[in-house]
Design a protein around this ligand. Structure first.
Ligand SMILES: [Zn+2]
Length: 251
């Protein structure tokens, strides 16, 4: 059984404490003494965690650097993979109450609509933390760009993850190119460039699609391109493995 010293040195324990305190700080309303105490505690913990602070003042999640925002998602995914989720430890009623007037999500995700990719869950995040856009095949459209621009410029997201996933039906159907009912084929034109690049390998095409869409996002939106140039925003492609539950960042 771990003693208290071991617990202090356990990075995962440290991480849970730090996240827990940060969320409580966000949800703590206007009680100045409570905020001050929590901020002092959080400053110490976050220094250990390597999270950036400005002149000793604790910053909200939306003030994370792009790298810290990515790290938060990666850490959340590790908790998801290990079955040690902590987003449910938070008081949802308080989080909900404190996000009625405004939201400050620290990251955005463009995901497939696939039901096996529950975005908040796989990054172990809760109310108000990530701004999610979804369409089958996770590709960029003017409406998706507009949504993600809003997330970055108005809400202050610091990272955008374009995430494909294993066993994607939209990519598979594009590869197969068979007749489909209704307007389903409207998806294919967006995914076809990836299939042209990789051929019929589903995983390779899905990864190529995520990369192509991330690049499109960087190039098609002057707003996002400028933020990336100023190092205020990161746009990355990723691939979610249904079997392991892991999210791999693609470069
Ligand atoms: Zn899919």
């Amino acid at each position: 059984m771990a003693n208290s010293s071991e617990l202090r040195n356990d990075p995962s324990t440290q991480d849970r404490k730090e996240r827990s305190l940060r969320k409580i700080t966000l949800a703590s309303g206007q009680d100045p003494s409570r905020r001050s105490f929590l901020q002092m505690a959080l400053t110490g913990l976050a220094t250990v965690a390597g999270i950036g602070f400005n002149g000793g003042q604790v910053l909200a999640q939306s003030q994370l650097t792009p790298d810290a925002a990515m790290q938060e998602l990666i850490d959340g995914n590790r908790r998801f993979m290990s079955g040690r989720l902590n987003s449910f430890d938070q008081d949802l009623a308080i989080l909900k109450q404190n996000t009625i007037e405004k939201q400050e999500p620290f990251a955005a995700v463009l995901s497939c609509a696939d039901s096996r990719v529950p975005v908040e869950l796989i990054f172990d995040q809760s109310i108000g933390h990530i701004f999610v856009t979804r369409v089958a095949g996770n590709f960029v459209t003017p409406e998706i760009i507009a949504s993600l621009e809003y997330g970055a410029v108005v809400l202050g997201t610091k990272a955008i993850v374009v995430m494909g996933h294993a066993g994607c039906g939209a990519v598979k159907a594009t590869i197969q190119a068979k007749p489909v009912p209704g307007q389903i084929s409207a998806l294919f034109q967006h995914i076809q460039p990836a299939v042209d690049q990789t051929g019929a390998n589903l995983e390779a095409a899905t990864k190529a699609n995520a990369k192509i869409q991330a690049a499109l996002l960087r190039e098609s939106s002057t707003v996002i391109a400028d933020l990336v140039k100023e190092s205020k925003l990161k746009v990355v492609a990723a691939y979610y493995d249904l079997t392991s539950g892991g999210v791999n960042i693609l470069n």
